[in-house]
Design a protein around this ligand. Structure first.
Ligand code: GDG
Length: 510
């Protein structure tokens, strides 16, 4: 197995730094599958993780070690494995709230009407990507001093926040000009001599990649595609996203492409495009489900579960409307079924998200007002985060998981729900065909979130499904999630990178 020195780069580190009561910085771990899979490889190979530690971090401040009580997967990352990137509030606002979340997020989720196009946002995106690239280069410099000449370093960039970083790394290393960036604004690197450094650049997109007719709406689309093509390998959750990307390179940049082998030619280089569907830590969720305490579920009442960041792409309002119509159509279900919706607060600085929160509060109030009896309410709504141990209990004890995004890169909730099904009879998974996960999870029931009646009919089918059919479906789903878990994803990625290195025998040189 290819085991390179790894530099992982993500917008956020797998923890944020917060001040404790003694005014000292301490780590607060963030939940996420990425660190579970990637963390051990970073630690084992003495690699590095580059990212933003949150607004409390100031350049030069040492990163604290994790506290002894911290049992999260990020706790094992030592401070020597971490390279922080400082981003000031103003830049963060235009880069993260602006370009990332008000432009790329809606555009890539096929909602161009919600996308804001603003040159200041775009400049901030370029600057932030430059800062990340600059930090990666100093990390690389540090690595290459320690490494023998033959050892290669693998730089793995994550997600839509970092779509320009690879090209910038190339341009700086090869000392070509950085087009369109006022270099004086940055701490320019004191020319580390990396000409002979052995490294490969890979990128993974966690959200969908849109088709050309949507992407071309972005005014600086050529720069964006060129930024991505700075990588040697680009991974997506599904084959469809791969094909969209390849088509955008063909149409937008007139690249020569090979759609059979998923290759894009750009200048003298060939870029490999690869479907790499992410998985979840299956065994960990099985254990959590076994140990979770009993969910307070009233006898005779069926539980339908929704779990999402509160985001307009997740189709939560249509899910509630589907549930409302179910109770109107089948009044015998009144008092016999509850929808538990967990909505994790997200991006509360962006207006669209504030509006959604208001609309949700209103809708939940309306439905509860319409159907509640003195002893029962149709919707239990948690606007907040629950501990993962508790979440596993909800997954395990729900009769139905109702997952209705209008568009979703993959959707880990569907996979976590399946991984927690240890009871007999198990729960039923309903998923939108517009989630990447639906491509793999063939045995789930499919409901189109745009058609409320389809949600209703699919809910009825799930609630009335015979137990042996539930078991048959869930067994297939579980087998797949177990064999293609998040560690399998990591291994598949390393295998692809190993093959790329073997096939060209040479690393990137000017
Ligand atoms: C992006 C893409 C892609 C949720 N509520 C709680 C909680 N969660 C955790 C879940 C799950 C994660 O949050 C949500 O993951 P999703 O995949 O559903 O969605 P995004 O956050 O939008 O993720 C997505 C993913 O990246 C990975 O590539 O699948 O398509 O949009 O892990 O468990 N965790 C805890 N309490 C909660 O209340 N502890």
């Amino acid at each position: 197995m290819y085991s390179p020195k790894l530099i992982v780069v993500s917008n956020r580190l797998p923890f944020v730094l917060k001040k404790n009561s003694e005014d000292e910085l301490e780590r607060v771990p963030s939940a996420g599958g990425l660190v579970t899979a990637v963390g051990p490889v970073v630690i084992q190979g003495n690699g590095l993780w580059v990212g933003w530690p949150g607004p409390n971090y100031k350049s030069g401040t040492p990163i604290p070690e994790s506290s002894p009580e911290d049992a999260s997967p990020s706790a094992k990352l030592l401070s020597s494995n971490i390279i922080p990137v400082e981003i000031d509030q103003n830049l963060m606002n235009n880069f993260y709230n602006g370009c990332c979340n008000a432009t790329f997020w809606p555009l890539f989720h096929l909602m161009p009407d919600k996308a804001v196009f603003n040159v200041d946002y775009w400049q901030a995106f370029r600057k932030a990507n430059f800062l990340f690239a600059e930090t990666v280069i100093s990390a690389l410099n540090k690595q290459s001093k320690k490494s023998t000449e033959k050892e290669s370093t693998l730089i793995w960039l994550h997600d839509y926040h970092l779509m320009l970083a690879a090209n910038t790394i190339r341009e700086v290393v090869h000392k070509t000009t950085i087009t369109g960036i006022e270099l004086e604004e940055f701490h320019i690197l004191t020319a580390p001599d990396l000409k002979n450094a052995n490294f490969k650049l890979a990128f993974f997109l966690h959200i969908p990649f849109p088709p050309w007719d949507i992407l071309r709406i972005f005014p600086w689309v050529d720069d964006l595609l060129q930024g991505l093509l700075g990588n040697d390998m680009i991974g997506f959750h599904t084959k469809d996203y791969c094909m969209n990307f390849i088509e955008c390179c063909r149409r937008g940049l007139k690249c020569r492409v090979d759609t059979e082998n998923l290759l894009v030619e750009h200048g003298a280089r060939t870029i490999k495009v690869c479907p790499l569907p992410i998985g979840v830590p299956y065994e960990r969720f099985q254990e959590l489900a076994r140990n979770a305490s009993n969910v307070i579920k009233e006898p005779g009442i069926k539980l339908i579960l929704g779990v999402d960041r509160l985001d307009y792409t997740k189709g939560i309002q249509n899910r509630l409307l589907g549930f409302q119509r179910l109770l109107e159509k089948k009044p015998d279900l009144i008092g016999k079924v509850t929808l538990l919706q967990i909505a994790v607060p997200s991006r509360q600085d962006v207006k669209e998200y504030q509006d959604l929160k208001e609309a949700m509060d209103k809708l939940v109030g309306n439905i509860n007002g319409q159907f509640s009896t003195p002893k029962w309410s149709p919707i239990r709504y948690i606007f907040g985060t629950v501990r993962q141990e508790e979440l596993a209990g909800y997954y395990r004890d729900s009769d139905v998981a109702l997952i209705t995004p209008f568009r979703d890169g993959m959707n880990l909730v569907a996979k976590e729900f399946v991984s927690c099904q240890i009871k007999n009879p198990p729960g039923v998974l309903i998923i939108s065909p517009f989630a990447g996960a639906a491509e793999q999870m063939e045995e789930a029931l499919i409901a189109n979130p745009y058609e409320i009646d389809d949600i209703v009919d699919t809910l009825i089918r799930a609630l009335e499904m015979p137990n042996d059919e539930k078991m048959l479906r869930i067994n297939y789903l579980k087998q797949r999630e177990q064999s293609q878990d998040v560690h399998f994803w990591m291994k598949s990625f390393l295998k692809v990178m190993g093959e790329i290195i073997e096939s060209d025998g040479e690393d990137i040189r000017p």
